[in-house]
Ligand binder design. Structure first.
Ligand code: HEC
Length: 109
């Protein structure tokens, strides 16, 4: 009985982990389709120097920014339109992807 219970708990935990883990491949694909035109695949702002660098930024920061653009809490016509096309799952995936790119969060003087 105990063995069965342990197996069930282990299976449930494995399933929960799989659901929560962001899909980096899907995130990369989204970046390729939409974001790279302005932010670059590495998130280091290919298009214009004043576009923010998002590569290597904390995932929760990026996800909050995107949710705020979607809700209108943060207003920007360009990013508002971009974020409107993203589902919550897209946001998880694409921010997981960009958070894993090399970045420059540490101050360099
Ligand atoms: C047409 C150009 C363009 C595209 C495409 C684009 N962005 Fe942006 N992004 C911008 C601009 C411009 C800003 C700065 C907006 C502002 O001042 O709030 C920005 C800001 C952001 C920010 C906030 C950064 C910060 O430091 O606060 C995030 C996160 C972001 N973009 C993610 C994405 C993601 C993810 C995609 C793809 C789904 C994407 N962007 C596609 C132009 C773009």
């Amino acid at each position: 009985m105990t063995t069965i219970r342990i197996a069930i708990v282990a299976a449930a935990l494995a399933a929960a982990g799989a659901v929560q883990a962001a899909n980096l491949e899907a995130g990369k694909q989204k970046a390729q389709e939409i974001c790279q035109a302005c932010h670059g695949m590495d998130g280091q702002s290919a298009a214009f120097v004043d576009y923010p660098k998002i590569g290597g930024q904390h995932q929760d920061y990026l996800a909050k920014a995107l949710r705020d653009y979607r809700s209108g809490a943060r207003k920007n016509p360009v990013m508002g339109a971009m974020a409107a096309t993203l589902t919550p799952l897209d946001i998880d995936n694409v921010t997981a992807y960009y958070a894993r790119q090399p970045g420059g969060l540490a101050a360099r003087f």
